[in-house]
Design a protein around this ligand. Structure first.
Ligand code: ADE
Length: 350
């Protein structure tokens, strides 16, 4: 593929791979979300470990230990938290680091929890330091220190919380400092799903949504879903739109291919932003190394989105490298675009 053809013609693009789904997509995402371990496909090692922890906690009549889940977005961290709560026959309250602005926001949730309830805290790496301080005794001793009054007359009142389970989720494990991390008894990394698991997820979602798709069609979408169920389900819905308008509503492998081509999703599941990211490094910066901030400015994208959404998959495919001096396009990336690799100094990856 030539670089000109690979580059998008317009500035904005259909954000197939981005983080959270919007409106209709979010509603449909929720309708296909597995509700028990039994219908959760993939992540077998994590699932098995969590199942054992749940069974043991249930047998003891105790709250589950605090759980930290990390890994790229869209792999099912929220879903797993909801499954955990359901399997423990408990309720779950959901919030996220950036949503909690004041200590009072956090204490309001914590004091509302019943014994063995769950509190899912997404993007926990973005929790303010002052709120993290509140979390430590809450996690460890199920205690918060309420400050009553102001100024010299202020008094600290320890308040006993119910024994609850915090499920923290983050796309950036590296930003969780040791004092917080060490308070989680159960820590798991979610990995990208295999194409075989994604195919099963697509078949399951299609069944729930009443979409007709054959196994080759499902395999084609699975292969190009960046190892991510959220992307797989979104591509399935777009393929359904395409099939309804152009192919009597039935998704075969050729319908899937045509639909994905129209969406600008290539053989490897790369979209326009992925391609522009790699081509920026190759064409503007001689293949790198180039800093993340420079790439973000060139692409008019958020640094966080590049680092959390795009790069993990490009690295997994071996198309992008992160070095101390910045990002580099790999030999495979040049090959992907049919471009010749320039001679570079050795030791780049050291
Ligand atoms: N939908 C989204 N993620 C899923 C999973 N892991 N298993 C089944 N269906 C899903």
């Amino acid at each position: 593929m030539g670089s000109g053809a690979a580059r998008g013609m317009s500035g904005r693009h259909d954000r197939i791979v981005t983080g959270r789904a919007l409106d209709e997509d979010a509603r449909l995402d929720a309708s296909v979300r597995p509700v028990s371990f039994g219908d959760y496909i993939g992540q077998d090692r994590v699932k098995e470990n969590l199942q054992i922890a749940v069974e043991a906690a249930r047998a003891r009549g105790e709250a589950l230990d605090h759980v930290l889940l990390y890994g790229p977005p869209g792999l099912g961290k929220t879903t797993l938290a909801q499954i955990l709560a359901r399997e423990m026959s408990s309720s779950i309250k959901i919030s996220s680091g950036p949503l909690l602005e004041k200590k009072g926001d956090l204490t309001a949730v914590l004091t509302s929890l019943e014994p063995r309830d769950f509190f899912f805290l997404d993007e926990i790496h973005r929790l303010q330091a002052a709120l993290e301080e509140v979390l430590y005794p809450a996690m460890e001793d199920f205690r918060i220190d309420l400050i009553i009054g102001q100024g010299p007359g202020a008094r600290v009142h320890p308040y006993q919380l119910s024994h609850f389970t915090l499920v923290g989720a983050t796309t950036r494990a590296g930003l969780i400092m040791a004092p917080l991390r060490s308070r989680f008894g159960i820590v798991h990394r979610l990995d990208f799903y295999t194409p075989a698991d994604l195919q099963k997820i697509i078949a399951r979602s299609a069944g729930i949504l009443g979409i007709t798709i054959d196994s080759e069609g499902a395999a084609e979408i699975a292969r190009r879903s960046r190892g991510t169920p959220r992307v797989a389900n979104r591509l399935l819905r777009r393929a359904r739109d395409y099939a309804e308008v152009r192919a009597q509503g039935h998704i075969t492998v050729s319908v899937a291919r045509d639909a994905l081509a129209m969406l600008g999703v290539d053989e490897h599941g790369l979209d326009e932003v992925d391609r522009n990211l790699l081509l920026t490094i190759i064409e503007k910066y001689g293949g790198g190394p180039v800093g993340l901030n420079t790439i973000a400015a060139s692409l008019s994208e958020e640094e966080d989105a590049i680092e959390e959404i795009y790069e993990p998959y490009l690295m997994q495919l071996g198309l992008l490298g992160r070095t101390q001096r910045g990002r580099v396009a790999t030999a495979l990336a040049y090959k992907h675009f049919g471009l010749a690799e320039p001679q570079r100094q050795s030791g780049l990856f050291s």
